[in-house]
Design a protein around this ligand. Structure first.
Ligand SMILES: Nc1ncnc2c1ncn2[C@@H]1O[C@H](COP(=O)(O)OP(=O)(O)OP(=O)(O)O)[C@@H](O)[C@H]1O
Ligand SMILES: O=C(O)[C@H](O)COP(=O)(O)O
Length: 408
């Protein structure tokens, strides 16, 4: 269990600086509403309802990228979920920001500007070095406490994530608490029956690392997506054809070939590969082919086939725990959603402990009308989920733990 303190331990009437992760898809310059707003709103509402003065920090995109924008639109979306006004100031720690922070009344909420617009934020440095930045030195004295709710950014050593717990009493928000507990369950919980991991998506390098690291905790891996095709390739099938303009297979194959071959060699009995694959037929409709019948690498496959889904479903039904990382196909296109949705439906119908991770994959849940309550946990984290699964430490969690230990 985490050893950090939570907002249950926060002294009454605090001035709190709260780090959220509202990093979202941006369309036509506007942030798109998503699970992150809904989840963080619970922490913000709880703090405001308790009468604390609440200033929020968050980031969006990275300098130089199209999704690097102001947080003005984020404040509006968040306010809708919190059910209270969320004021916004286009400044992070300058005079305007400090004046707005000082003017906060009990139960009021203010969002400060994108942390990544400040030079002090991004360079990855030690928490002690970050605590010395002007960013932290300017804001910290205005607050009684710091709350980190940004589990999904906890793998970054940025000022707003690791600097404040060095100089302020620090607590975990509700999202931090629940994400931490569910995502580390694979390493920390004992399950009575088989533990299954569904592995797919496009980031094959990441998930193959997870498979390697979780070797002894997982009884069987069900593969699909790009990673699945790379394993099929290692098993001698000519699949993993990059469609024009895509570079998903050959590069990741070159980077991971040895690891894939050794994982397949050592854990082949635990790894289930697709027996059929789906592709776009000549008439534009979904078509399927048995993997054994593929003799040339010339078709881009976009989903696992129906025989594979029929093979994976019972494996899920008899599991005690199922962890999902990555989609089994291009589910955004209804023709290629069967693999991802079939597996999610099987998980939803059983009462196993289940965690669905990855921003893209979890989107399939609402797209196809599944009920989030049928899963134990739907994670809003990408990179941090991967690191939690591989047992890698998360710097922003470590500083919360250290801050709690200092107080004991
Ligand atoms: N065979 C395939 N070819 C191309 N894309 C695929 C294939 N199978 C799955 N995908 C894509 O994988 C994406 C999900 O993969 P990704 O690795 O990004 O996973 P995620 O864990 O959900 O996301 P993130 O880590 O970004 O939060 C989906 O958007 C889907 O379209
Ligand atoms: O959206 C995310 O996964 C986190 O906010 C981390 O964002 P980053 O990968 O740009 O640091």
């Amino acid at each position: 269990m985490p050893t950090f303190d939570t907002i249950d331990d926060l002294p009454a009437d605090s001035r709190v600086l709260v780090r959220l992760d509202l990093n979202s898809p941006i369309e036509n310059g506007e942030p798109q509403d998503n699970r992150r707003f809904e989840r963080h709103a619970e922490t913000v509402r709880e703090l405001a309802d308790a009468g604390h003065r609440v200033a929020l920090l968050a980031h969006q995109g990275r300098p130089g990228r199209d999704d690097f924008t102001s947080l003005a639109g984020h404040a509006e979306i968040l306010a809708g979920h919190v059910g209270r006004d969320v004021a916004f100031v286009a400044d992070t720690y300058g005079d305007e920001a400090l004046a707005a922070v000082d003017a906060l009344g009990a139960g009021e909420v203010l969002l400060l500007e994108n942390t990544r617009m400040c030079d002090d934020e991004l360079p990855e440095e030690s928490p002690e070095a970050k605590a010395e930045t002007e960013f932290v030195r300017a804001l910290a004295p205005r607050f009684d406490a710091y709350v980190n709710d940004a589990y999904s950014a906890a793998h970054r050593k940025h000022a707003s994530l690791v600097g404040f717990p060095i100089v302020l009493p620090a607590y975990a928000g509700r999202v931090m608490e629940t994400e931490y507990e569910a995502n580390t369950a694979i390493a920390t919980r004992e399950f009575d029956g088989p533990v299954t991991m569904v592995v797919g998506g496009t980031k094959a390098t990441d998930v193959i690392g997870v498979m390697d690291a979780l070797d002894d905790r997982v009884d069987r891996f069900l593969l699909g997506g790009v990673a699945g095709e790379l394993f099929l390739r290692a098993a001698g099938h000519p699949v993993g054809h990059d469609l024009e303009g895509m570079d998903l297979f050959d590069e990741q194959w070159a980077a991971n070939r040895e690891l894939i071959e050794s994982v397949l060699d050592e854990r082949g009995d635990a790894i289930r590969l697709a027996t059929d694959l789906a592709y776009e037929g000549e008439d534009g409709a979904r078509a399927e082919v048995a993997v054994d019948a593929i003799d040339e690498k010339e078709t881009g496959y976009l989903d696992v086939g129906s025989a594979t889904v029929a093979d994976y479903e019972p494996a899920i039904r008899e599991s005690d725990a199922v962890f999902v990382k990555g989609a089994l196909g291009v589910f955004e296109d209804e023709r290629f959603a069967d693999g991802t949705v079939g597996v999610l439906e099987a998980i939803a119908e059983t009462d196993c402990f289940s965690v669905v991770g990855g921003g893209d994959t979890s989107r399939a849940i609402e797209m196809y009308g599944l009920d989030e309550d049928d899963f134990s946990h739907v994670s809003i984290a990408g990179g941090a989920y991967i690191r939690a699964l591989t047992g890698e430490p998360l710097p922003a969690v470590e500083v919360l733990t250290a801050a709690a230990e200092r107080r004991r």
